[in-house]
Design a protein around this ligand. Structure first.
Ligand SMILES: Cc1cc2nc3c(=O)[nH]c(=O)nc-3n(C[C@H](O)[C@H](O)[C@H](O)COP(=O)(O)OP(=O)(O)OC[C@H]3O[C@@H](n4cnc5c(N)ncnc54)[C@H](O)[C@@H]3O)c2cc1C
Length: 449
């Protein structure tokens, strides 16, 4: 099994060619991602940072106290995870700290990936750095300490966040924004032979080597991509991966988008589904409904009904599953293991513990989809409520919007969109998506110079 080491270009399934299991852990660090991708993207851009110590104090204050906070200020705010809401909390704290609180952010990786731009990265429209939010500089600006380690659970009695291989982190007020993992990873062979979309950093790290490998391959048989999942992520990855491979390899490609439902994008307007199917037919992407995966082995994915499909790359985009965090903490969960929150974003039964984004289910709106747009919208309400709770003032309620703008990147400079039951497409839709995504990301750029 070779990496990008100039080994012989053999006809192999991608899953076998790249040892996903052994790289996955490594890939959580930037250095490993760059080693894997064969390039250090930050070098030359002037933005490269050496690997981080696992715990960083802002301004390297050590035991002398946290930047901007006198010693007497002892109450602790702990942010667990660097999701879409928490990066906004750090942004806000940089402008206006919470009086009397010092902040610690616990993240399993110093880089948070903005998933909305991942399909564009797959298509080759963005560089990896375009979708990365560098947590430590953002935290430094907010006067927050960073612990780079995986939080495993909350000890509610001791009011501590338990962190793998690090001392527990005490809190007076805490918020959890750790996202989700993917359904079905325990099916036979999926961890070994499929590329799941979570952790999303692994997906990002895997794309360039995948393209490079097939650029080197002289075999003229089609490169077979099977994307499993009929939601927005599956659709975007099928289109954008095809666009990228067509642009960068001259090898024939077949892309099949397989899903278990009767229709793609359940819950979205039919007009959008028809547009997807029309565009798929135009590009030769085969959409196969009503196929539930049973498992995979090297080069073959098997279904409960229907013939197995051979693949060279199997992309796994089948929806959100919970991390064990809430169950392991003895916190209330829904049937899928996501933490249950009140409309104030406080965890059910807890006053000083909040949870937002994919990892939480709103008790009053349990059907709210697991989508980044909700985590983004929850950010300002969470910020308000953390400040209010710290000051003993009334909290706000969050109510999820009943509809949101859906924009699907097709990888060729165009996109499809839907809002309020109507659908649309074209270059202007991609222009709009790019504008919205870049505007969001600009908020977290830190000029260290
Ligand atoms: C390919 C793809 C495209 C998508 N496109 C869109 C889109 O266009 N629009 C949209 O609305 N949604 C989109 N989604 C869904 C979206 O990614 C998620 O709904 C969104 O990321 C959830 O945000 P979050 O803030 O809850 O968590 P995340 O963005 O997943 O962030 C969680 C953070 O917590 C960290 N973390 C995780 N576990 C721990 C731990 N135990 N300890 C410490 N830190 C931890 C992670 O490293 C990460 O930084 C897409 C998903 C995929 C896979």
């Amino acid at each position: 099994m070779t990496r990008q080491d100039g080994g012989p270009p053999v006809k192999v399934c991608v899953a076998a060619a790249v040892p996903l299991r052994t790289t996955r852990t490594d890939l959580h660090s930037r250095a490993a991602i760059e080693r894997f991708a064969g390039t250090n993207r930050r070098h030359g851009s002037g933005r490269f940072k050496p690997p981080l110590p696992r715990t960083q104090d802002p301004g390297r204050m050590g035991s002398a106290g946290l930047a901007g906070y006198p010693r007497a200020m002892t109450r602790d705010l702990v942010l667990v995870g660097g999701g879409h809401s928490h990066v906004q909390i750090l942004e806000s704290l940089a402008l206006e700290p919470i009086p009397g609180f010092k902040t610690t952010v616990v993240v399993d990786s110093p880089i948070a990936i903005y998933s909305g731009m991942v399909p564009g990265f797959v298509a080759g429209q963005y560089q990896a750095r375009d979708l990365e939010i560098d947590i430590p500089p953002l935290a430094r600006k907010a006067g927050a300490r960073v612990v780079v380690a995986r939080a495993t659970e909350i000890d509610r009695t001791r009011r501590q966040v338990i962190v793998a291989d690090e001392p527990p982190v005490s809190f007076d007020l805490a918020s959890i924004n750790i996202g989700s993992t993917v359904v079905g990873l325990d099916l036979p062979g999926i961890r070994d032979f499929a590329l799941p979309t979570r952790p999303i950093a692994d997906l990002v790290a895997y794309i360039d080597p995948l393209v490079a490998r097939f650029q080197q391959n002289v075999d003229r048989t089609p490169f077979r991509v099977v994307v499993v999942g009929g939601g927005a992520g599956g659709v975007e990855l099928a289109f954008t991966l095809q666009a990228r491979l067509l642009k960068e390899t001259d090898r024939p490609i077949s892309v099949q988008l397989v899903h278990s439902g009767r229709r793609l994008m359940d819950g979205y307007p039919m007009g959008l589904v028809r547009r997807i199917l029309r565009q798929a037919a135009r590009r030769g992407i085969r959409v196969i409904p009503e196929r539930r995966v049973m498992g995979a082995e090297e080069g073959t994915v098997r279904f409960e009904t229907g013939d197995p499909l051979p693949f060279d790359a199997l992309i796994w985009v089948v929806g959100a599953a919970s991390h064990p965090f809430f169950r392991d903490s003895g916190l209330p969960t829904d049937s899928r293991g996501f933490g249950i929150t009140r409309s104030t974003l406080q965890v059910e039964g807890e006053d000083d513990l909040f949870a937002v984004g994919d990892c939480a289910t709103l008790g009053d709106f349990p059907e709210t989809p697991k989508a980044g747009v909700y985590a983004v919208r929850q950010g300002p309400v969470l910020m308000h409520n953390l400040r209010a709770r710290a000051a003993g003032k009334p909290l706000e309620s969050y109510r999820p919007q009943s509809d949101f703008l859906t924009l699907l990147n097709l990888g060729d400079g165009t996109a499809l969109g839907a809002k309020w039951g109507r659908s649309f497409e074209g270059r202007w839709v991609m222009w709009l998506k790019d504008r919205i995504d870049r505007k969001f990301m600009r908020r977290f750029e830190i000029d260290d110079s």
